[in-house]
Design a protein around this ligand. Structure first.
Ligand SMILES: *Cc1c(COP(=O)(O)O)cnc(C)c1O
Length: 414
């Protein structure tokens, strides 16, 4: 058997499975899942860390091979011919002309091919589908996962079928169609689209990319941590601000650093702050509750508008195990943060991404960041994906006649 480099471990019951035994959730836990609760049985991918240590691998040797030893695919040749990940990390020295007493770094994942962090997951899922002989991949999405899968599949010559709730934002729907995917708008919510996509997967034998349901999504997303470690001169950041919806990005960030911890390449974990919108905070608001209570979401940050977080239990376990912190910010703060970010850095983020920056601003204001500490904000998607949400803080003036006087007047008025 070829694929012995990893096995699956159920996040909830701990059962182990070989890659040829399961594909999605732990079957034992999944059988007990109910529709109104977060799913149990999300699988974590475990590598042979002991063997890697015995072989004296270090970060550079892993990196030389694009981290193939820590990815659930056979060859990096099966990845798309696009630059996925390897995104810039910018140091932001000041805000509003005031020097910062700590180091602030912005990880610009809007620079991915389809302009969101989701490409990290789609690339690995797509490569795995190639290796396993699937030519059609299906996903339910509120927008970015779908536009990402559509773009990656276009680059790979694969067929993508994207189920979206009727209400998904126009730019993301446009991307899906432009990349040539089949789009299936579904009457109802993201959850309805999610359930239908799983039934369709069973019926038609396609491969399914749904976030968390497909364990490879977490593995794709973890690559951001490897990059950060390198970009920060082989150190672990002190604190990271990560926007949270279904809880897969944050779990990916943790998983990446945890892999390095298990390989003894690092000896501490970063403190990760899970930032949600107050209008959709079902992940952080349930952490201390016995039973998960679903509150329906209403937030401007559509990419993190989630009623039932699909990776709730894994994200919760990581946050508890590695002393993560949590924070909710209001829609108004998100939009203000988006403006502050753009004006100071030249980076325009969609509301979900600006949510992480709003979290940073809140910590800054409360003086919770130590001098000289290294702080990272993960900017997960481009502002061009959602122009509507920032209209309230901008003002595009009416056209003037081409005269210097009118121009003077306009600039004074502004
Ligand atoms: C999907 C997404 C998130 C949240 O990721 P989860 O894995 O759902 O927590 C944040 N920002 C953007 C732009 C996204 O597309």
């Amino acid at each position: 058997m070829k694929k012995t480099k990893f096995h699956y471990e159920c996040n909830d019951c701990g059962a182990h499975y070989q890659p040829n035994e399961v594909q999605y959730l732990c079957p034992v836990c999944a059988a007990k899942n109910t529709v109104s609760q977060p799913p149990k049985g999300v699988l974590k991918i475990v590598y042979n860390y002991k063997k890697l240590i015995e072989n004296n691998i270090d970060f550079n040797s892993l990196n030389q091979n694009d981290f193939l030893d820590l990815l659930p695919i056979e060859s990096i040749k099966n990845l798309p011919n696009l630059r996925v990940g390897k995104t810039p990390l910018y140091k932001q020295k000041s805000l509003d002309n005031t020097d910062l007493p700590f180091n602030l770094f912005l990880k610009d994942d809007a620079q991915n091919p389809t302009f969101s962090f989701k490409d990290r997951a789609s690339a690995i899922v797509s490569a795995y589908a190639k290796e396993q002989g699937f030519d059609t991949i299906v996903a339910a999405s509120t927008g970015n996962a779908g536009s990402s899968l559509a773009g990656i599949c276009a680059a790979q010559g694969q067929k993508a079928i994207i189920l979206v709730p009727e209400s998904a934002p126009k730019a993301k729907l446009t991307q899906i169609v432009m990349y040539g995917a089949s789009i299936v708008p579904v009457k109802g919510t993201y959850d309805d689209a999610f359930d239908l996509s799983i039934k369709a997967t069973e019926e038609f034998g396609w491969y399914n990319r749904n976030t968390a349901f497909n364990p490879l999504t977490i593995e794709g997303k973890k690559t951001v941590s490897f990059e950060l470690f390198e970009q920060l001169n082989f150190t672990v950041p002190d604190r990271m601000f990560v926007p949270v919806g279904d809880g897969v990005i944050i779990s990916g960030v943790y998983k990446g650093f945890e892999d390095l911890l298990k390989l003894k390449i690092i000896d501490k974990m970063p403190c990760i702050v899970a930032v949600q919108s107050e209008g959709s905070n079902n992940l952080i608001s349930n952490l201390d509750k016995e039973k998960f209570i679903v509150k329906s979401s209403n937030t401007i940050a559509d990419s993190i508008s989630v009623d039932i977080p699909r990776n709730y239990y894994m994200a919760k376990d990581f946050l508890e195990k590695y002393a993560g912190e949590i924070l909710a910010v209001a829609d108004g703060e998100i939009i203000q943060a988006s403006g502050i970010l753009s004006k100071n850095s030249g980076l325009f983020a969609e509301p979900a991404a600006a949510t992480a920056f709003a979290g940073f601003l809140s910590y800054f204001k409360d003086q919770k960041l130590l001098d000289n500490s290294n702080n990272v904000v993960v900017l997960t998607g481009s502002g061009l994906k959602d122009l509507n949400s920032v209209q309230e803080i901008i003002d595009i003036p009416k056209a003037i006649n081409p005269s210097v006087d009118e121009m003077k007047k306009l600039l004074i008025d502004l």
